[in-house]
Design a binder for this molecule. Structure first.
Ligand code: PSV
Ligand code: MN
Ligand code: MN
Length: 388
């Protein structure tokens, strides 16, 4: 059996990044339901991320989306995060919300639009310099809606050119993560529809370009843990955007729809060395809490990732290898299922007490009166929304 203190140390060291945009109001294209106590700017989103970290102990960074989180002074924003006990994590450029991007951003047939998109990506690397962020997290809404609309191959060439320009601008420890998505907003071709496309571009670029797996971006039935295991094996797994889905890119709380899938993913991570700091795998959330309260939803999500990780750490790797090498199909499967069926909540409660935080973060948040405080403080002014 895995050594308990090793398991606890790994859980204590795991960091789960929350996204600034999950703290703002959000909805579907039919309706945004406004909530009370919503942050009014990037500074207050950071305050909320710091609150999630205070109650969970394992969420010390927050990802930004630019220009949704635009401020005058990013070094000042990073200092504010530091004062709240957290750091700024991945920087996500936004090249999908302006009229100019109707036919795409870096893949657009018009060179002037491509230049504009590239300038924004480069500006985001400047922001990383100011915030000390390691990861530039790239997602392109680029694609086509109709056969014949544009040249699929030429769009790839344009994409490669832009990625190269950004990659060459990275310095020090900075990395580029390339996210893929099967469909939406484009419905005929996306320019980065799958991990293979992302992987090929990352291989061309070099060591510091890696694939980002958003768990909501695949066709139904896709074996995501296979993708994870393969990318890890090839040292090309940059990180995750965790969320869960029943149908498409639902952006529901991670671990809500299919905790077993999350466990299978985390088991591949643990077995493949993806929890080791050296692997550099970033565990990030990418969710929208349209109807549920934001801060408790993010606390719940962090705990769900932590529970899946704890179960994955309980997989008896020696017994598994033994069963695998003997061709013991049922035995190997039983090793995994034993770990999945273990109730890890008492162990995590103990870990939290050890870390000096409440063993039940959700109950502790409810008791804290924090929500009443932000509701009163933020009653004036416009609440930030998804995309603002
Ligand atoms: C696109 O669906 C995506 O997953 C990308 O990561 C974006 O940055 C994010 O959602 C915006 O909500
Ligand atoms: Mn995403
Ligand atoms: Mn998405």
């Amino acid at each position: 059996m895995p050594d308990r203190s090793t398991v606890l140390a790994a859980l204590r060291a795991q960091h789960i990044e929350t996204p600034s945009w999950a703290y703002g109001n959000s909805g579907t294209r039919f309706k945004v339901f406004a909530q009370e106590g919503i942050p009014r700017n990037a500074y207050e989103k950071i305050d909320d991320a710091a609150t999630v970290h205070r109650f969970t102990g394992v969420a010390p960074t927050v990802a930004l989306h630019i220009p949704w989180d635009k401020v005058d002074d990013y070094a000042d924003l990073a200092a504010h995060a530091g004062n709240q006990g957290i750091r700024i994590g991945a920087i996500n450029p936004n090249v999908f919300q302006e009229d100019d991007y109707r036919l795409g951003s870096v893949c657009n047939p018009d060179p002037a639009v491509r230049r504009k998109a590239l300038d924004h990506l480069l500006e985001c690397v400047d922001i990383m310099d100011a915030t000390g962020s390691r990861d530039l997290s790239l997602w392109f809404a680029d694609g086509t809606n109709y056969p014949g609309q544009d040249s699929i191959a030429e769009r790839q060439a344009r994409l490669g050119e832009a990625l190269r320009a950004v990659y060459d601008r990275l310095t020090g420890e900075q990395r580029m993560l390339v996210e893929y998505k099967l469909f939406e907003p484009a419905f005929y071709t996306m320019d980065v529809p799958d991990w293979g496309t992302s992987y090929a571009h990352c291989v061309d670029l070099g060591e510091r370009a890696k694939v980002l797996v958003d768990t909501g971006h695949h066709a139904p039935g896709t074996n995501i843990e296979f993708i994870v295991a393969f990318l890890l094996y090839r040292a090309k797994l940059g990180g995750f955007h965790f969320n869960s889905r029943f149908y498409a890119d639902d952006d529901l709380m991670v671990g809500a729809a299919d905790p077993f899938q999350l466990f299978r993913i985390m088991a591949e991570i643990v077995l493949g060395g993806g929890l080791d700091k050296a692997s550099g795998v970033a565990f990030m959330l990418d969710q929208c809490h349209n109807i549920e309260p934001k801060i408790p939803a993010l606390i719940r999500s962090v705990l769900n990732v932590q529970e899946a990780t704890a179960k994955a750490l309980l997989v008896d790797a020696n017994a598994l290898r033994q069963a695998q090498s003997e061709g013991d199909v049922l035995g190997a499967n039983a090793v995994l299922m034993d770990a999945f069926n273990t109730d890890v909540r008492p162990m995590l409660a103990e870990l939290r007490e050890d870390m000096g935080i409440d063993p039940d973060p959700i109950a502790a948040y409810r008791r804290s009166g924090h929500f009443d405080k932000i509701r009163a403080e933020r009653a004036d002014g416009a609440a930030a929304g998804w995309g603002a």
